[in-house]
Ligand binder design. Structure first.
Ligand SMILES: [Zn+2]
Length: 299
């Protein structure tokens, strides 16, 4: 027989549990990933070594890069919220540990690259470094984003541990990355350049944030981002002037990963040497920009 006081304790515990479950649910409900996200973007994808100490650990389309150093690892981009498991499994399949992640970076503070970052930070204690111009949007979970925000969080907010400015150097072990400020897509979109050695040679690797246009509005109607047109123009110019050997990007489809690499293929960094593909992608983006500004393509 259960005593009255024990019954009371059990029922108040039940209320307590109900309250905390509904609290969790409402906290999760505050975060809404856009419904038009293509479902194949976040499908699992087999991880592989791109070149030297740089590995692809992302999903089918949401590129995430693990850079392995003797002092722990750097993870760039984290896909959607539900990509956390896939990224963790991919890192393990390669023989590395998620818990060795020391630095977390993003190429842009949009939900499809930031989704799992807050949880991975919690799990690993890694430091989040962000381009200063994306710091605010990262802190509010994307709700202040000029195009995708509308006051709604699209990913778990997160307080960065450090702010980066153009050409900032990020070092871990013997690896050095340079952050390149490439704004437009978000106010703090950026690319990373690093030198990667393998047994044969040293490659200059560019992890690029391609300046695709997000807003349907005319640039001069984007009140939340008065410099948007100037920023895109500056980014396009800066990106055309970059020199590198290997080109990677925030989305697999932007650098044609699936044409360049089959999951069964062995180590082949030269598959990603593709200056022509990069130039064509930038020329297409320049045309899209010109069309937006002039109302027609410039050529
Ligand atoms: Zn984006």
């Amino acid at each position: 027989m259960i005593s009255t006081s024990l019954k009371l304790t059990i029922s108040s515990l039940a209320i307590c549990l109900t309250l905390s479950v509904s609290h969790l649910r409402s906290a999760a409900q505050n975060i809404v990933e856009p419904k038009d996200t293509p479902s194949d973007w976040s499908k699992p994808y087999a991880p592989f070594c791109i070149v030297g100490n740089v590995y692809y650990v992302g999903t089918y389309d949401l590129a995430c890069y693990l850079i392995v150093t003797e002092k722990g690892n750097i993870l760039i981009n984290t896909g959607l919220a539900n990509s956390e498991q896939i990224i963790g499994d991919n890192i393990k399949k390669l023989g590395f540990k998620l818990s060795d992640t020391k630095i977390l970076l993003t190429t842009q503070a949009h939900y499809d690259h930031m989704g799992a970052m807050a949880n991975i930070k919690k799990a690993t204690g890694a430091k989040v470094l962000v381009n200063v111009n994306d710091a605010q949007v990262m802190k509010d979970g994307g709700s202040s984003d000029y195009a995708l925000g509308n006051g709604v969080k699209t990913y778990a907010p997160l307080n960065p541990d450090g702010l980066l400015r153009d050409k900032a150097l990020i070092s871990l072990g013997s690896t050095r990355l340079v952050m390149l400020d490439h704004p437009g897509h978000t106010k703090g979109s950026c690319s990373y350049m690093l030198a990667v050695k393998d047994k044969a040679k040293t490659y200059k690797v560019l992890i690029a944030n391609m300046p695709t246009i997000v807003t349907d509005k005319k640039f001069n109607e984007v009140d939340a981002y008065p410099n948007i047109e100037k920023d895109y123009a500056r980014t396009l110019k800066a990106m055309k002037a970059l020199s590198f050997d290997i080109w990677l990007a925030s989305h697999a489809n932007q650098f044609n990963l699936h044409q360049k690499h089959k999951p069964s293929a062995g180590y082949n960094p030269t598959a990603f040497v593709d200056k022509k593909g990069y130039e064509k992608a930038l020329a297409d983006l320049q045309r899209a920009f010109d069309k937006k500004v002039l109302g027609k393509p410039s050529n």
